[in-house]
Ligand binder design. Sequence first.
Ligand code: PLP
Length: 429
Amino acid sequence: MTDQNARYREEEFAIFNHLESEVRSYARSCPVVFATARGAQLFARDGTAYLDFLMGCSSLNYGHNPPELKAALTDYIASDGITHGLDLYNEAKESFLRELEETILRPRQLDYVVQFPGPTGANAIEAALKLARKVTGRSNIIAFTNGFHGLSLGALSCTGSRFHRAAAGQLLGAVTRLPYDGYLGSAVDTADYLDHLLSDPSSGVDLPAAVILETVQGEGGLNVAGPEWLRKVAAIVRTHGALLIVDDIQAGIGRTDAFFSFEAAGFRPDIVTMAKSISGYGLPMAVLLIDRLLDVWQPGEHTGTFRGNCHAFVTARAALQHFWRTDSLAACVREKGNLLKSRLDQIAGKYDPSRVSAKGRGMMRGIDLKSGEIASQVVRTAFQRGLVVEAAGPKDEVVKCLPPLVIGEDQLSQGLEILEDAIDSVIGG
Ligand SMILES: *Cc1c(COP(=O)(O)O)cnc(C)c1O
């Protein structure tokens, strides 16, 4: 970089460097200022186009600014629809609830009630943990290795990452950590271990209020729980009088093909948390689905000023209406998920499996580079070539591909070519 260029770059980021806290993170691997976005693409201020395989960490499953949702939102705003309504009854919420009931819950015979917590994933987890403890009168929670459930204190106590836990600066309690499916290799069934611990009155593990899990661990590095393991855990949890919380914040809303990531395994969680892509437009929104019989909340016992953002209700409703009234999106995710899998397998196949392997499920897949340093070089190289991706996993060693579910095959292939070139140039060359 010439001196003049370097000076220009410094000037370009001056306000961020001066005023924004060091806590910012994703911005560090994408050193440009973005201005607009459409579909699978982000555009920098100078007009450079980037393919986006980060997609707000699966918050934008229908792409950036999907036209059907944008039209619903701009119409609503133009007609002076209510923007902020606390949890007052309003038409935007009414329409969303109706659509959720008719398009998602009833066809699946799910008898859940809906809670709107504060509009973040972490707040949905806080609410789920509180409710499970209130229902059972127990305090312990069982969470799994490499789980990620958010960073507020209650949620953080369920999150595995030592880096994030250390930031709490205090003891994080009342959670027992157990090995996720496959954590101890394929020979050890960790569901049996869970059962063993809960059946043995002197195992040292207190009977839990709830077991919380992701069916595919997003931030934890795309570890996939098998359907049998999930069904077994669900049955064990029931036997021991605990609740099962499925955190579907990242894996849900079609990311693994069906609307809920647990549908294929055929069990029913007691509580489901959703956030990220539920509004479909990147607007903040979180939802808890609660088994009707477990809804023991007192009015106002868990509140928040922004419980129920009407703009998010409008786009969430439009998303369900547009993408989920038929099975076509799920079918499309199955097809493109297979394409993604075969391309990632092909990329990984060029290298020794001890250095590169592919993992994940549906359109939530990635490449395990076994080293955070290498993954970070791949992420930076890919960015220079026009692809926004990020790394996840215990050492940030897994480059994660979360393209929009509606991406065209040409853009999907183009992004994967950039990724392949980046990997080749970092470790192949
Ligand atoms: C992102 C995420 C959360 C936390 O959501 P926030 O909106 O960042 O608080 C919780 N669980 C999972 C599985 C997530 O991916």
